[in-house]
Design a protein around this ligand. Structure first.
Ligand SMILES: [Zn+2]
Length: 298
């Protein structure tokens, strides 16, 4: 398509989009969940001292953290950038990750689950009987005020690909409005629960104005698509040499990639569990009135 036929504004918009894609191709995006010492049955709770060693490693390698807001706002980005994302908005991120990152000048992106702000993680399968608390509104606001990005992770943390149009709309638009209200700023990015998405889900995220949306390790790896960004999970049992490999976004070693794909597979069991045993909870939570205020009618 010739650029002669479109306006200067469209050209610069396209250039901006192209340059963001080029930047994204070089930026590793890591996924964390809980930063704390309590052990769970899963592999997502990282001890704070491990996390601190990883931060020191990032600094030593010359990395600077950025957020998706930075990608949209800043014409100048650091030479070596990394995005640290924290899924589900657990209180341990506020208690441990925030104070550990501050001395390094690092900021993260936290993906909060709208209806579970300030509540226990009842949406999860909870295998070992240990419950985890989600951050409340005040804690999320404090993160936002410290330069973190508060992104959206749906309202109820269900597999979005399985929802009908009305529920899908509510999960994406509703969490957008709720998180904008909590953080005082419209979220720039969305994270698909369980990393699960298909075309209809991605189109709804785009319609809601999200410039970026994150999937899991299985998301598009070749051409960078801002609405299905591949993220690399960090697990509690891995050492620093595995961690360094995760930063090689362009060339994640084949074995490492296969290992991560296998490890992320059991995540599909939770939505099955939700569907079978937690139907009532989600119907009730979805219908909760007054949690998000405006622009949320279908
Ligand atoms: Zn999640």
């Amino acid at each position: 398509m010739s650029s002669m036929s479109i306006s200067g504004r469209a050209v610069s918009k396209r250039r901006h989009r192209d340059s963001i894609r080029a930047l994204l191709a070089k930026i590793p995006i890591l996924t964390y969940h809980k930063i704390e010492n309590r052990r769970e049955v899963g592999i997502n709770a990282l001890p704070p001292e491990h996390f601190q060693a990883q931060l020191a490693c990032l600094q030593e390698l010359g990395y600077t953290t950025i957020t998706f807001h930075d990608l949209l706002d800043s014409p100048e980005l650091p030479e070596k950038a990394v995005i640290l994302t924290f899924d589900d908005g657990y209180a341990s991120v506020y208690e441990h990750a925030l104070p550990l990152m501050q001395p390094y000048g690092f900021r993260g992106v936290v993906y909060a689950v709208g209806r579970f702000i300030g509540r226990w993680n009842d949406w999860d399968a909870n295998l070992g009987g240990i419950r985890f608390r989600h951050m409340d509104r005040r804690q999320l606001r404090e993160l936002a005020d410290a330069g973190w990005e508060v992104g959206a992770h749906s309202l109820t943390h269900r597999a979005l690909s399985w929802l009908d149009e009305t529920s899908l709309h509510r999960e994406i638009f509703g969490s957008r409005d709720l998180l904008a209200d909590v953080a005082g700023r419209m979220p720039a990015s969305f994270a698909y629960p369980f990393g699960m998405h298909h075309l209809r889900v991605r189109e709804m995220a785009k319609a809601a104005g999200f410039a970026f949306a994150c999937g899991g390790i299985n998301s598009a790896a070749e051409a960078v698509d801002p609405l299905q960004l591949r993220r690399v999970p960090v697990y509690q049992f891995e050492g620093l040499s595995a961690y360094r490999k995760k930063l090689r976004i362009a060339g994640l070693p084949r074995l490492e990639y296969l290992k991560l794909r296998i490890l992320s597979w059991p995540a599909v069991l939770t939505p099955l569990y939700q569907k079978r045993f937690r139907r009532e909870l989600f119907l009730e939570m979805e219908g909760m009135p007054g949690v998000y205020s405006n622009n949320s009618n279908d």
